[in-house]
Design a protein around this ligand. Structure first.
Ligand code: SME
Length: 163
């Protein structure tokens, strides 16, 4: 397999996400497996941007409970209730959450004390059902923008098995 875990820092964000999209689709060609896709995306996104933590929390009890899935980084919390922390809020609202400063987010769950900002993107399956959230944490305040939101929401469209 070609070298695909490319560091994309320094590239304009929109281009970086396009590149990630191409890499992801290429690596997952012919694969129909959510966990394999979560592992692949965690690795590619983590290597591309060098964030603190990049990974998925899976819906194990719809409307109620998330459990950690494939990720890259230091040890993550194992379970998060819907409505709790940034992940649980994104899951409950089914909407991307961008938190510029985690200190100002009520109920933020601290897995790694170095985390300062984060983005959490809901992941939908084939039937528009929420299957997971993609959580990315950064050591810097204000890391994530609407460009990250757009790029990551497009990336996780894979789980709908969109063409
Ligand atoms: N920061 C998250 C918890 C998960 S970890 O940071 C890996 C949150 O508040 O939802």
């Amino acid at each position: 397999m070609a070298e695909v875990t490319i560091d994309l820092r320094g590239m304009p964000l929109a281009e970086a996400y396009e590149e990630l999209e191409v890499q992801t689709r290429a690596v997952l060609e012919g694969i129909d497996d959510d966990i394999a896709a979560m592992a692949t995306m965690s690795s590619l996104v983590h290597q591309a941007f060098g964030h603190l933590w990049t990974g998925f929390y899976r819906v194990v009890e719809p409307g109620s409970l998330l459990r950690v899935g494939p990720y890259q980084g230091t040890l993550g919390c194992l379970e998060i209730q819907f409505g709790r922390g940034v992940c649980g809020t994104a899951a409950q609202m089914r909407e991307t959450q961008i938190v510029d400063d985690v200190m100002t987010f009520p109920g933020h769950i601290t897995c790694d004390a170095r985390s300062r900002s984060e983005i959490v993107v809901p992941v939908f399956g084939r039937d528009d059902d929420l299957i997971a959230v993609l959580d990315i944490d950064s050591e810097r305040v204000g890391t994530f923008s609407t460009e990250d939101k757009a790029g990551l929401e497009k990336l996780v469209e894979w789980f709908r098995r969109a063409a």
